[in-house]
Design a protein. Structure first.
Length: 340
């Protein structure tokens, strides 16, 4: 690692940690049904939660005007204390987003002024800033879908928001790795190709994880290895929607079927990468990355199974999402070490 790049690398990795924290809190926000508690968005005025009883009551009264309260929580003896709980998680999620914006913007201009960034890194950082701004827009775009008619957000928008957060993290990590490993290895092309396919399948699996979360599809067919009634493809897949395309994108049974079946493909690609890598000599970084991938993918598979079997308890659902983050981190690192 070049000494001149050390502070820049620390900055980028700090951003990765904050992105991880934000996705984790986002998972808690989703699993506690807290995402629609803040019914408006202001860059400055809602930086902190209400500080007086009157302000809390005002926010609660505003929340009562929207579908989640009117169609669901009004029937659940939902009180101000309950509202404060869900408000906290959504506020904390947005607060971390603001911190991330400052952590990326202020050091970027400092490093730019101090001429610590070369032109390729400047261009990558500009892309990162754009991705961060777009992620903020996606968050509000998602929330808006649950404030009109439906008491829940669009699962398409949720999956887009979640997946783009993962992609933003992976790109930030990649930029940091470019600086951390300035030397260039000879790419191992056939392993690189397998790793790229594995990454694509992993990202599709993350998208479907967002679909499952958005539709609460993990609360049905809580059996494994088969779905309910001992069926590989449950009959409900074919009757829940008008056609198979809608069943596999909007039907709870169909979405769960894709997510649970695609898991086998993700595992298969990781195992294939490991098997093929045993036939050649790898450097330390490559070997560590591939070994870690195999460990994490089996752990992720097990967490997914237990999350399903136990009906998505908060701690297991969160552990499943957190490990997906670790798995993508290992995938990004491995692909980088096989490519450069």
């Amino acid at each position: 690692m070049k000494k001149a790049n050390k502070s820049v690398i620390i900055w980028l990795l700090s951003g990765c940690v904050l992105l991880f924290l934000m996705v984790t809190v986002g998972g808690i926000t989703r699993l506690t049904n807290s995402g629609l508690s803040m019914t408006d968005w202001h860059l400055v005025t809602d930086t902190f939660p209400p500080l007086t009883d009157a302000k809390w009551q005002e926010a609660f009264d505003q929340y009562k005007k929207f579908p989640e309260y009117q169609k669901i929580n009004i029937h659940n003896d939902f009180q101000l204390s309950d509202y404060k709980f869900i408000y906290f998680w959504e506020w904390f999620h947005r607060f971390i987003g603001r911190i991330i914006g400052l952590v990326f913007l202020i050091p970027f201009f400092y490093f730019l002024f101090k001429k610590k960034l070369d032109k390729p890194t400047i261009n990558k950082c500009i892309v990162l800033l754009g991705m961060g701004a777009f992620q903020g827009f996606l968050g509000w775009f998602m929330v808006r879908s649950g404030l009109i008619d439906n008491p829940d957000v669009s699962h398409f928008r949720l999956a887009l928001h979640l997946t783009f957060a993962f992609i933003t993290f992976a790109y930030t990590f990649w930029v940091a790795l470019d600086l951390l490993y300035p030397e260039r290895n000879v790419p191992i092309e056939f392993l690189q190709k397998i790793a790229r396919f594995a990454l694509v399948f992993l990202l599709v699996q993350i998208i479907y994880g967002g679909f499952v979360a958005g539709l609460n599809a993990g609360l049905i067919h809580n059996h494994w290895p088969l779905m309910s009634d001992g069926q590989f493809m449950h009959d409900s897949i074919f009757i829940e929607q008008k056609n198979l395309l809608l069943s596999f994108t909007e039907g709870k049974s169909g979405v769960q079927f894709i997510h649970r079946t695609l898991a086998y493909a993700v595992v298969a690609f990781m195992v294939l990468l490991y098997y093929k890598s045993r036939k050649i000599t790898l450097n330390k970084g490559q070997a560590v990355g591939i070994n870690l991938l195999v460990i994490l993918v089996f752990l992720q598979f097990a967490l997914g199974v237990f999350t399903l079997l136990y009906g998505v308890p908060l701690w297991l659902g969160l552990a499943h999402q957190i490990n997906a983050f670790f798995l993508l981190s290992a995938m990004t690192y491995t692909l980088h070490r096989l490519s450069k």
